[in-house]
Structures are given as C-alpha cells and as structure tokens.
Ligand binder design. Structure first.
Ligand code: NAD
Length: 320
C-alpha cells in the first residue's frame, strides 16, 4: 500500500460529481484508506468538496483528502473513474455512450501513461461495461487490472428487494445479477437462496402462492431502480457510492471476495471479447478468477443476449 501508514491511496477522477464525492465520503469510513485524491475538471468545485470532506476527518479513521491532476493518480492503489456526463430522465445508459467514450479516449491515456504496475482501475461512468472495455483497449493494461463497477449495485438491489419481501437480513440473501449493468441485465433466480434454502422452497414455505408474480415484481423493482430514482432526484449516488467503496475495500484488503464486477469475458458461457458482469474473485491484483454459473437455459440465453447488447455498442465505437 502506498501511504506511509501502510494504508491505501485512492484517486477519484470525477471527484467533484455526485457519484465521485459520495464515493469519497463512503471511502473515508474505511480503515484501509489513508489518502483520497479528488481529480476533476471542475477545479473550484473539487476544491470545495475536498475541504468539506476533510472537515469530517476528526470522526473517521485518519485519512487525508486532497485535490490533484491526472498525474496524481499514478501512485494510487485504486483509481476510480466516475468522470463524464450522467444519465438524464428517460435516457438509457447506452445513450450516454458516445459522449463519454470521447471523454475517455482523451482522459484515460493521461491517467495510465505513468500509472504504477500494481494499480487497479475501477470504472463507474456509464455505460460502465462499454467504458471499461474502452479503458482496457486504450490503456493496454492487463484486463485483470481494469474492472467495471458492473452489477455489484444491481446485486445489492436484488438482495435488498428479496430481504424486504421476506423480512430478512440482506446478508442472508444470496442472489446475483449478471450481464450488462443496464436494461438487459439478468437476475439469476435458479441459484438464488435465502440462508441456503433455495428461493422457490423458501417462498412456498413462507406463504407465497404465486412465485412467478413475486419474481416479476422483484425483477421490475431491480431493473427499474435507477430510472425510478432519477425520475425523482435526477441522479443516483448513495447506493452506487456504497457499492464502489465496498469493491475498493475488497481490492485494498486483498480479500478474494466474489463480486459481480464487470470484467473481460473470454469464453465463459460461450461469450467472448466483451466486458460484462459475472461473479469474479477480486483482490489486490484486480480480478483473480471469473466464475461460470450453472445457469438455466433461459438464463444462459438472456446472458448471451445481454452480451450482444454490449458488443453492438462497442462495435458502434471506432476503437481500432
Ligand atoms: P456528475 O455530472 O455529478 O459528475 C461528473 C463529474 O465528472 C463532474 O464533476 C465533471 O466535472 C467531471 N468530469 C467530466 N469530464 C471530466 C474529465 N475529462 N476529467 C475529470 N473530470 C471530468 O455526474 P454523476 O451523477 O456523478 O455521474 C457520474 C457517472 O457515473 C455518470 O456516467 C453516471 O451515469 C455514472 N453512474 C454509474 C453508476 C453505476 O452503477 N455504474 C451509478 C450511478 C451513476
């Protein structure tokens, strides 16, 4: 780890934005983080965010927040990228793609040209799967060190939704969302379980008569979550900030945690050369392993369709 006290340094590019500043706020709670560097083209605003965040440091474990430039990312352990335009009401994440791909083509080489060999890039800007692929392509970094925040947030939403249906601690809900972080994402019901009890058995033994109706309700809640929030407050920031901070902690802690981050898929489930979320073992080296589920035939088909959605978007960009 890169700071004197053996704690990690995290750079947040886009740190003056709603997601970047909320992520910095969440990261201040972590005993693994010693320094947070906020980088943003909005110079005055990013200074204000750093000042404001620092004034809470009396109540957190020792951490310093400062502003910096792209070069200040070079010594970081984790570089989180939230920079870019954000989703407007009724706009899909893929609509954002071209605007943000241009920003990335200019910005990423400036971050990676002097980046230390051990750093992990964690991309959050939407469409996150496409922009993680763009980052990997334009940076020449090893794929395991370029991660997208992926469906870690959607997986949390899925668990939250099921935990509320059954009045359970979300920690006892084991269920994953995979594929695109977006409209084509796939909720994996076939292996979902509550405290080790398969979802359908749990539901039917707890008074649920119409399991399909419950599934449809949860699917809609999870898939529509971002749209519902954006309609009310124009952006999402706290849920994503928590999920990105948690992913960063698993990286800094070298935890070998299984998370549905977005990663380069190379043959899993018959899918190739696309970034999307599958359960991955994550540690200080980035993605250690990509895992294949035992999916139902319908889930496999949906996952391949989701990969096609992302691939079509990537192909619309001229990356060669
Ligand atoms: P925002 O507009 O509040 O913040 C974006 C920040 O990026 C701004 O401060 C802007 O000045 C900065 N910026 C733009 N170009 C830059 C550059 N070249 N270098 C440095 N900084 C630059 O937007 P937001 O609400 O924070 O959202 C940020 C991104 O995160 C959006 O793309 C949004 O869709 C995405 N997002 C992703 C998830 C997820 O789960 N992956 C969830 C929510 C939002």
């Amino acid at each position: 780890m890169s700071t004197e006290r053996g704690k990690g340094t995290v750079a947040v590019v886009g740190g003056a934005g709603a997601v970047g500043s909320s992520t910095a706020f969440a990261l201040m709670e972590s005993s693994l983080v010693g320094e947070i560097i906020l980088v943003d083209i909005a110079e005055e605003r990013v200074e204000g965010e750093a000042m404001d965040l620092n004034h809470g440091s009396y109540f957190t474990s020792p951490v310093r927040v400062r502003t910096g430039d792209y070069e200040d990312c070079w010594d970081a352990d984790v570089v989180i990228v939230t920079a870019g335009a954000s989703q407007k009401p009724d706009e899909t994440r893929l609509d954002l793609m071209e605007r943000n791909a241009d920003i990335f083509a200019d910005m990423i080489p400036q971050i990676t040209e002097g980046l230390n060999d051990d750093a992990v890039m964690l991309i959050v800007t939407n469409p996150v799967d496409v922009l993680s692929y763009v980052t990997w392509k334009v940076s020449d970094l090893p794929a395991e060190r370029v991660i997208g925040s992926g469906t870690v947030l959607d997986t949390s939403r899925f668990r939250h939704s099921l935990s509320r249906e059954f009045d359970l601690d979300p920690a006892n809900v084991h269920a994953y969302v995979v594929g695109e972080h977006g409209d084509s994402e796939v909720l994996v019901w076939s292996s979902a379980n509550l405290g080790g009890i398969p979802f359908v058995s749990y539901a039917t033994s707890h008074g649920v008569d119409d399991v399909d109706a419950l599934k449809a309700r949860v699917e809609e809640e999870v898939r529509e979550a971002a749209y519902e929030i954006i309609e009310r407050k124009e952006r999402t920031n706290y849920g994503v900030a928590r999920s990105v901070a948690a992913t960063t902690e698993r990286i800094l802690g070298d935890d070998n945690s299984i998370l549905t981050v977005s990663t380069l898929v190379s043959g899993e489930h018959g899918i190739d050369d696309v970034y999307m979320s599958l359960p991955c073992t994550v540690n200080q080296g980035g993605v250690r392993d990509v895992h294949e589920f035992d999916l139902s035939a319908d889930e496999t088909a949906a996952l391949r369709e989701s990969a096609d959605v992302i691939r079509e978007s990537i192909e619309r960009l001229d990356l060669e």
